[in-house]
Design a protein around this ligand. Structure first.
Ligand SMILES: [Zn+2]
Length: 262
């Protein structure tokens, strides 16, 4: 290992430790984020780490933004705001795999896969973190009924705008840092947004939903009011992390197909 490699790996580790200190990552999340950072750096260099950092920093800051108003989300969502390894893998796993792929077999397509998966992760996180602050209740895509803010598979105008902005930021970061062609920046933006739409559809139709047997709350938790909840919809294996991973991965895969075809 030369000096530069040592410095970059140390800095990625320190960044993960700082995120963990501020309760943005759990200890397993910090380890997963460090590994993801190292694979991204090995594949795409420091610019790749900056694009990934843009996602991590903005989504972490947004999750802390107006956190008092989001406290009720703790009742709906399976996990708290400190992201664990599964959440890191769900959002950054495809980017890490693209980094590894570019290291082993360099090809411009991996940069596209990397950027789209992060655009999708960023779009989804921005939609969740900002969408829940919307004044109106979102509409479930399944039955077009208004449901409580923070429900998976529901959309609001504000959340959709936040999602487009989240995808655009990653597309622009990749465009400027890697000097991409404009059409690829557009593709990253569009496929990032497609990833969020997939996330919403999977969240509505396939993600496991539970109901508290004591208070009747619909939740993503398997435990509520100190009692195991009962599953009322979706597939047990498909929690929010699985849905996030599948959406980012599929959006990136569709982008790859487009690249190969054209
Ligand atoms: Zn309950």
């Amino acid at each position: 290992m030369d000096a530069e490699q040592f410095i970059v790996i140390t800095l990625i580790g320190i960044a993960a430790a700082v995120f963990s200190y501020f309760n943005l990552l759990s200890s397993s999340g910090a380890v997963a984020a460090s590994l993801t950072g190292i694979l991204v750096w090995a594949g795409f260099g420091i610019n790749g780490v900056i694009v990934m950092g843009t996602f991590f920093v903005t989504s972490s800051l947004l999750s802390k933004y107006k956190h008092k108003r989001k406290e009720y989300l703790g009742e709906l969502h399976e996990k708290g705001s400190a992201r664990d390894w599964a959440q890191v893998a769900a959002n950054g796993g495809t980017a890490a795999l693209a980094g590894l792929a570019n290291l082993l077999s360099p090809d411009p397509v991996w940069l596209l896969v990397f950027s789209i998966s992060l655009a999708s992760a960023n779009a989804d996180t921005w939609a969740s973190e900002l969408g829940v602050l919307s004044k109106k209740w979102p509409v479930s895509v399944k039955n077009m009924k208004r449901v409580p803010r923070g429900t998976s598979g529901a959309v609001s105008g504000f959340g959709t705008a936040a999602s487009a902005a989240g995808s655009l930021l990653i597309a622009l970061s990749a465009y400027f840092l890697f000097g991409l062609e404009q059409r690829w920046a557009v593709a990253i933006f569009i496929f990032g947004f497609v990833g969020t739409m997939l996330d919403t559809l999977l969240g509505a139709y396939l993600q496991a939903g539970y109901k508290c047997v004591k208070c009747g709350l619909f939740t993503e938790k398997t435990l509520h009011c100190s009692m195991p909840t009962i599953q009322v919809s979706g597939y047990k294996k498909l929690n929010n992390d699985a849905v996030n991973f599948i959406s980012c991965f599929t959006a990136a895969f569709l982008g790859m197909v487009l690249y190969i075809v054209f």
